[in-house]
Ligand binder design. Structure first.
Ligand SMILES: Cc1ncc(COP(=O)(O)O)c(C=O)c1O
Length: 394
């Protein structure tokens, strides 16, 4: 889970360089004082290059990147935006922030958007479709793109957890009309807080950028204080230090992805003969960011017991099942009670298919700095707990 494990002298040096060049912490202006060095700008260019997008705009977090992207895609009050039942709550919050309605599609055994259920959720109010690449695993993008194209609805990928991961050779986040990444503390690379919007569409990029900075159009013919604007926005800017840290972290991305893949493969190989577990279906195994290994056990009770035993051995699970409440719409009555058709309902029944997968899922974090002993301990523990639970008849 990686970026934060590798924060070290490179990131420190990158921050020092900001102070050595005038100490301008703001991303814009004071050109001479900062020796014309703009770290967030450089980070944007580097991210765009790395993922193969024409434009990248970096903001203060992934949630803000979702919101500015939805705004730029024209989402307004009364619209519907379809996303999936398994995601971090931020995806739904960004939709709510614009006054739109989050419509939730089921996930299938990929634990990402079920394209068949997506078809059922489209109405004439659907403005955008947001598949989420949960835990760095691609959604079924061919099928989702085909459904979206049939209805002429843009696809906006929430790839907060999938920076560096790919689907059929393309970076997650660059397949639809636009995509986002998060650089928060739990992500593939981290700037503490940070997010990126990527797109090949210049207009979309410009609208999102304006919205993220009070409507500033960055008119080159006038100083910032006289900048032109045609609509209002908000403030989602990020600091120079985060740009500097991001550049240092980006240098480590390939190493992170290689190590995660190696360790995940070893753990998967070690437990593949356990017949009471079933691995998550990966639409594109080669492109997996590999920072999480998810498998299904037979029952909800077994998943919970599994996590308890795993934690008791000094190992942890990652979101499934321990933090499912923050990642599953089936628990979000505080949001859906506002809609008459959901009020007071058991949402686990509403998204029954998702419940049937998510409540039986166990997620194991893959760390970049895992030692051989730790990898063996994970494998041995999974084997041991599976055996014990089977024996106990759980
Ligand atoms: C799927 C998903 N979307 C959006 C976000 C929001 O990103 P941030 O924490 O940078 O606001 C996250 C963060 O965990 C996420 O996992």
């Amino acid at each position: 889970m990686p970026g934060f494990e590798l924060i070290g002298k490179e990131e420190q040096k990158a921050c020092d360089s900001v102070f050595e060049n005038g100490g301008v912490l703001y991303r814009y202006g004071l050109d001479a004082k900062r020796n014309n060095i703009f770290k967030v700008d450089e980070f944007e260019k580097a991210v765009a290059k790395k993922v193969g997008a024409k434009y990248c705009h970096i903001v203060c977090n992934g949630t803000a990147a979702l919101k500015i992207g939805l705004f730029a895609l024209g989402v307004r009050a009364g619209d519907e935006v379809i996303t999936q039942s398994f995601t971090f709550i931020a995806t739904v919050e960004a939709i709510l922030e614009l006054g739109a309605k989050p419509v939730i599609a089921e996930v299938d055994d990929t634990l990402n958007m079920d394209p068949e259920d997506l078809k059922k959720k489209i109405t004439d109010k659907t403005k955008v479709i947001i598949p989420v690449h949960m835990a760095g695993v691609a959604a079924k993008m061919d099928e989702i793109m085909a459904v979206a194209a049939e209805h002429n609805i843009p696809v906006f990928e929430d790839s907060a957890q999938g920076f560096g991961a790919t689907y059929k050779g393309k970076n997650l986040g660059t397949i639809g009309k636009a995509g986002i990444y998060s650089f928060d503390i739990g992500k593939v690379i981290t700037t503490g807080e940070g997010g990126a919007l990527v797109t090949d569409d210049e207009n979309l990029y410009l609208r999102a950028r304006e919205y993220s900075d009070h409507g500033h159009e960055y008119n080159p013919s006038v100083p910032r204080g006289k900048d032109t604007r045609s609509s209002w926005g908000f403030n989602y800017k990020i600091m120079e230090l985060q740009g500097a840290i991001g550049l240092a972290q980006l240098e480590k991305l390939d190493y992170v992805l290689d190590k995660q893949k190696e360790y995940k493969t070893r753990i998967k190989d070690g437990i593949k003969d356990i017949d009471t577990i079933e691995f998550r279906n990966l639409p594109n195994p080669d492109g997996d960011a590999s920072d999480t290994l998810i498998f299904f056990v037979e029952t909800r009770e077994k998943a919970e017991k599994f996590a308890q035993e795993f934690t008791a051995k000094g190992l942890g699970t990652k979101n499934l099942p321990d933090a499912l409440d923050w990642h599953f719409a089936g628990t979000w009555n505080h949001i859906y009670d506002a809609y008459p058709e959901y009020k007071g309902k058991d949402l686990e029944q509403v998204w029954e298919q998702s419940t049937s997968f998510l409540r039986r899922a166990v997620a194991i974090p893959i760390m970049v700095n895992m030692s051989d002993e730790q990898i063996d301990k994970v494998v041995d523990s999974i084997k041991e707990i599976s055996g014990q639970l089977t024996k106990a008849g759980v």
